[in-house]
Design a binder for this molecule. Sequence first.
Ligand SMILES: *[C@@H]1O[C@H](CO)[C@@H](O)[C@H](O)[C@H]1NC(C)=O
Ligand SMILES: *[C@@H]1O[C@H](CO)[C@@H](O)[C@H](O)[C@H]1NC(C)=O
Ligand SMILES: *[C@@H]1O[C@H](CO)[C@@H](O)[C@H](O)[C@H]1NC(C)=O
Ligand SMILES: *[C@@H]1O[C@H](CO)[C@@H](O)[C@H](O)[C@H]1NC(C)=O
Ligand SMILES: *[C@@H]1O[C@H](CO)[C@@H](O)[C@H](O)[C@H]1NC(C)=O
Length: 421
Amino acid sequence: MVVKLMAILLLETALFLITGHVVLANNSNWNHEPLEDTTNAVLKSIQSEDGDIIDCVDIYKQPALNHPALRNHKIQMLPSYVPTMEKTPRKINRAKRKKNKLYSKSESQVSVTKQIWHKNGSCPEGTVPIRRNMQTMNKALPILSRRYNSSFNRSKHEFSQNNTLNMLRANHAMSILLTEGYAYTGAQGDIAVYNPTVEGSDEYTLSDVSLENGGQGFFEAIRSGWMVNPMVYGDKNTRFFTYWTADGAKSTGCFDSLCPGFVQVSKDIALGATIDHISSPSNRPSQVMSISIYKDQNTNNWWVDLGGKKIGYWPSELFEGLSHHAASVQWGGDVYSTRLTTPHTATAMGSGEYASPIDWLVGSIRGMRILQYSSGWKYPEWTNTYADQYDCYSFYLQIVADDPVFYYGGPGSGGPVSRCH
Ligand SMILES: *[C@@H]1O[C@H](CO)[C@@H](O)[C@H](O)[C@H]1NC(C)=O
Ligand SMILES: *[C@@H]1O[C@H](CO)[C@@H](O)[C@H](O)[C@H]1NC(C)=O
Ligand SMILES: *[C@@H]1O[C@H](CO)[C@@H](O)[C@H](O)[C@H]1NC(C)=O
Ligand SMILES: *[C@@H]1O[C@H](CO)[C@@H](O)[C@H](O)[C@H]1NC(C)=O
Ligand SMILES: *[C@@H]1O[C@H](CO)[C@@H](O)[C@H](O)[C@H]1NC(C)=O
């Protein structure tokens, strides 16, 4: 054991001597707390073919720990509590689906955890992969300050509305399934992965699972899924992302590890890295991201699991309301653009096709589940669907027994079938 540790240490030292240079994410825009000198923290750097550089950073020196609230944070290496029913309900439902012809397609999904940089190396034990930040990053991206005050008319399952939930947020067009009104301690979904068009370099499109709490001014959110965002990443690749804020994006929060907060434990998955496989006509079966976000009931940290890999967590110290539970869960797509009026942007959502249960190449989320403390994973009792701009980004909730499928997306103003102007 000791010998093995020594060997790893020696190897890492050697790697550091080889790579040699300072390879620290440029977080100088995060001006609350400057990063400490982490020159010695990077043990290896991997040049990925998509242009990214992935730094393997000593897990105990990762930038997350520079958050003032995490000065004395002890890294939790594994969740102490893993909600148990993760597999069971999906299995049961798969069996049920088999009886339903429409669902034969969903049988052929694979969960993606491969990232492009994996082709060019891996990070050693005791490190976490961090994408070197080459963009200058405005941490106060105008994302996610939904007015948390909707008069919510609950109905079982299929009650749908187009734009009456009072959720309008400037420059956002969403098509989502949501549930609220209870205390949620987890959410998951299998999100089909695509590479939709993003027209402008100041726009983005994302698909994710989101848990939220709090009202205006102290709105808190944690989100994870995939995103095409040239502003943050400098290209139009489909990337795995996480996001958090604790005050409606006023002064806290950011994507990935562009500001301190999210504590990584996996040596395999880098936040913000390009996904290796996306769904396309030539790439069956369809590729999905199986995302679970759940609260460790002992530490109150919020864990993110991607396809069975425990990526890391948002420490409870970051939050007020979310240190207890979430008040709302959302699944679906979100397009950010300053051109959501005429002439409308051609930035697409989902696969870029309108929602439809017939075509398999359409944005979809399956296996949607929530946790309510010790309840076990289940489909929520109450849900609602919502679209800001139904003609541009539509949705369709298909009710199948206790395992509905949420189809969503659209082309914006792009392409021949667009109804969006
Ligand atoms: C980091 O960003 C600051 C300010 O934007 C800039 O002055 C500095 O040169 C950058 N450093 C690196 C290594 O890119
Ligand atoms: C990364 O891996 C790919 C595939 O093995 C290879 O073609 C490419 O040259 C590698 N890139 C670098 C920078 O090593
Ligand atoms: C929320 O709704 C209440 C009652 O309708 C209203 O008094 C309050 O101003 C609203 N708050 C926000 C932030 O819209
Ligand atoms: C909720 O919706 C139902 C059905 O559309 C309607 O009858 C009822 O008045 C609504 N309740 C509220 C509080 O809006
Ligand atoms: C939403 O509005 C569009 C037209 O704007 C309509 O075609 C569609 O049926 C509506 N959907 C729901 C669920 O109300």
